[in-house]
Design a protein around this ligand. Structure first.
Ligand code: NAP
Length: 279
């Protein structure tokens, strides 16, 4: 089975849209502000897609664009303004940032209740301690995809390839919450193939083109491929799709798997932030 991330994300956006239209009937509206610094092409594309989908869902969205020379102080000032603006439910600063801007300082400046990316230490801590918090969009999207195949994940061996703050670590927290037995692998892991082969659920988030081969996968595993890698003008994942698709019970394609879910979850998080600040 190929997990259709486009369809599942579309359904999620529809749900967000329904809720937003109900909110709008009461004269209110969730608002998302995206700060985009510089002209890094992939960021321009992501932000354009985010803006398009936010509009489709009826969420007021604005993109604040700065040249790459903008000072850290100016960006922090803008974040302060947005933190105080009651029309804005969610703030996102598109990463990566130019080298003269401190990423941690920027993330920490965003009000935790408006941190739609879930990167603020308060939200990271909330997820780790199991309290309600905003969950980073990509791992949240992965969880939706896994659950589209299997609802009850209790006791499953979940193996996550990659330990980034963006993907691997929050993914592990989400799967622990689902009562999985979780293993995280990284560049210093001794035998990646053997570890991957134990997985009932395998999530690959390394950024290495088609690293996971079919013979790394346990029969009937659920395989989620987060990777986005360029290969002769094509986009490919961290999993070798061709050799894996007949071994896995379910697998996400690249593109069309995790990618669309990330943006759909951003809209969901914006709605959640709005609901929390208006409850
Ligand atoms: P990252 O910050 O570079 O982290 C990569 C992780 O993979 C690290 O933990 C690293 O180990 C591990 N790793 C790298 N090479 C390895 C190897 N040869 N063997 C074992 N482990 C290895 O990457 P990221 O931000 O998590 O992104 C991962 C991939 O997901 C990228 O392709 C990125 O473009 C993609 N991505 C996709 C979406 C989406 O919406 N679909 C969103 C975000 C990211 P160490 O910690 O030991 O260095």
């Amino acid at each position: 089975m190929i997990i259709d991330g486009k369809k599942i994300s579309k359904d999620l956006v529809e749900k967000v849209k329904d809720e937003v239209s109900k909110i709008k009937k009461n004269g209110k509206s969730p608002g998302l502000s995206v700060i985009l610094i510089g002209d890094y092409a992939p960021s321009q594309i992501y932000v354009k897609n985010k803006e398009k989908l936010a509009k489709e869902a009826g969420i007021n969205s604005e993109v604040i664009r700065y040249p790459k020379e903008i000072s850290e102080k100016e960006v922090l000032k803008k974040i302060d303004e947005l933190n105080d603006n009651s029309e804005i439910s969610g703030i996102l600063v598109q990463l990566p940032l130019p080298s003269h801007i401190n990423k941690e300082k920027i993330i920490n400046a965003i009000k935790p209740s408006k941190d739609v990316d879930g990167f603020h230490p308060m939200n990271v801590g909330g997820l780790a301690s199991g309290t309600t918090s905003i969950v980073p969009c990509t791992p949240l999207g992965c969880l939706f995809l896994i659950k589209s195949v299997e609802k009850n994940l209790e006791g499953k061996n979940a193996v996550i390839l990659g330990r980034s703050n963006l993907n691997g670590k929050p993914m592990a927290q989400l799967l622990l919450k689902e009562n999985c037995t979780v293993t995280i692998l990284h560049s210093k892991t001794k035998d990646l193939k053997t570890e991957c082969k134990r997985a009932d659920i395998l999530i690959a988030a390394v950024g290495v083109k088609e690293m996971v081969k079919g013979d790394w996968i346990k029969k009937d595993a659920i395989v989620i491929d987060v990777g986005i890698n360029k290969d002769n003008g094509k986009i490919v994942g961290d999993v070798d799709f061709e050799s894996s698709k007949n071994i896995a019970k379910a697998i996400t394609p690249v593109p069309g798997g995790v990618g669309p879910m990330t943006i759909a979850c951003l809209l969901k998080n914006t709605l959640e932030c709005f609901k929390k600040s208006n409850s």
